[in-house]
Design a binder for this molecule. Structure first.
Ligand code: GDP
Ligand code: MG
Ligand code: ZN
Length: 378
């Protein structure tokens, strides 16, 4: 295929990329799914087409339902896991039981989503399983009243409980997040029985173990609403905070915002600083939230250490060129030793700050291995 546009090839259609499979791009335009190749120049220019992108098509053939992506239209945002463009919202699906609701895990999801500049909503699933009114009230008190998020209690056993999710999804691109087994696939099936997604399987885990590219597809939730789309691949499954600096973290804690301006220091991290208004107002902030903050702050500090030591290493590596010999190597080793020591101290300090240390760091708490993959927004 030629890279230059044929003289009279006009883009006759615009559509949305719904999935990528075996080198073909599947673009929905005017209710038809076109199997598309891509104009070579897009890749040559370093461009990328993401599922969710609006694209202009040329060489449209309505009979064979084939076309060519001529260019990618401007996107409003993009996330890296799954790779998706133009995301409107993230719905965190977390069950009340099986697996048991864990506010710290929930906060990890919410923080990643906020840091990516997206809006989270909460779907508390399996509401049919025994939970006390007090449990429900507690969740409402923290996430609705203090944080102002939309919180929906759902069960696939009661169709009415899903109405609010239908309304939320309407006309938007929604990404699901949440631990394996929380009922994401079941929820989608209950919203649209035609989807027939597999339930109760750990397919995500297997896919990751094999390092396969995770298949991303935007599913149409309602037949009569082409703009209501939902990603089948759960987003934000990496729960590590190895991309955010300590000072950047509080941006995700909207419950700190009312007090933050009164902190004595502009770079206050709300731990032990003098005149910290956040700490002075802890009775207005949910205990679980502040503890989640401290956990994440500890990880952000490790990341900061990492960044610092990497830049030091580079410095030493450079010096090694003109110094040569064992000396510089020894200095490097010493540096690493120091770094490990300072890490340990930080960990100890942080665990002193809260009664229960989070022992689930390595697995992200949901049994899934954690990978180095920041959910960056572009
Ligand atoms: N009791 C109850 N079980 C549910 C509900 N939704 C899902 N489940 C069960 O939870 C398990 C995991 O569901 P699945 O949809 O595969 O979770 P996913 O890993 O998040 O996609 C399955 O055994 C489902 O039958 C619900 O509303 N109530
Ligand atoms: Mg699933
Ligand atoms: Zn403070």
């Amino acid at each position: 295929m030629s890279d230059s546009l044929p003289p009279n090839a006009e883009s006759v259609l615009t559509g949305r990329l719904r999935k990528y499979h075996s080198n073909f791009y599947y673009v929905e335009a005017g209710g038809v799914l076109y199997e598309c190749a891509i104009r070579g120049l897009i890749k040559k220019e370093g461009g990328d087409v993401l599922v969710g992108d609006f694209v202009a098509l040329d060489s449209v053939n309505p009979t064979t339902k084939t076309a060519r992506i001529q260019r990618v239209l401007e996107r409003k945002n993009a996330i890296s896991r799954p790779k998706l463009a133009n995301v409107d919202q993230v719905l965190v699906v977390y069950s009340l039981m099986e697996p048991l609701f864990d506010p710290h895990q929930m906060d990890r999801y919410l923080t990643h989503i906020e840091l990516a500049g997206l809006t989270p909503a909460l779907c508390i699933s399996k509401a049919d399983l025994a939970a006390t009114d007090a449990d429900l009230a507690q969740i409402r008190a923290v996430y609705t009243e203090k944080l102002g998020y939309q919180v929906f209690f759902t069960t696939v056993k009661n169709a009415e409980s899903l109405d609010a999710i239908r309304a939320l999804a309407q006309g938007k691109i929604t990404v699901l997040a949440g631990p394996s087994g929380s009922g994401k696939s079941s929820l989608l099936n209950a919203l649209n029985a035609d989807l027939q997604l597999r339930v109760g399987e750990v397919s995500e885990k297997i896919a990751r173990g094999q390092h396969t590219t995770r298949h991303v597809e935007l599913l149409s939730l309602f037949e009569d609403s082409p703009d209501t789309l939902i990603a089948d691949t759960p987003g934000f499954s990496n729960l590590k905070f190895n991309y955010v600096l300590p000072v950047q973290l509080e941006a995700a804690f909207r419950d700190f915002a009312p007090y933050r301006a009164q902190c004595g220091f502009s770079d206050c991290l709300h731990v032990d600083e003098e005149g910290c208004a956040v700490r002075q107002n802890l009775e207005h902030i949910a205990e679980t939230r502040y503890r989640s903050y401290l956990d994440l702050l500890a990880e952000a500090r490790l990341y900061k250490d990492e960044v610092n030591s990497t830049s030091q290493k580079q410095e030493f590596g450079y010096k090694q060129l003109d110094r040569k010999g064992n000396d510089s190597v020894r200095i490097l080793r010493l540096k690493e030793k120091n770094r490990d020591a300072s890490r340990r101290t930080q960990k100890q300090q942080v665990s002193l700050l809260h009664a229960e240390a989070d022992e689930s760091e390595e697995t992200g708490g949901n049994g899934l291995p954690v990978e180095d993959y920041p959910p960056e927004s572009v």
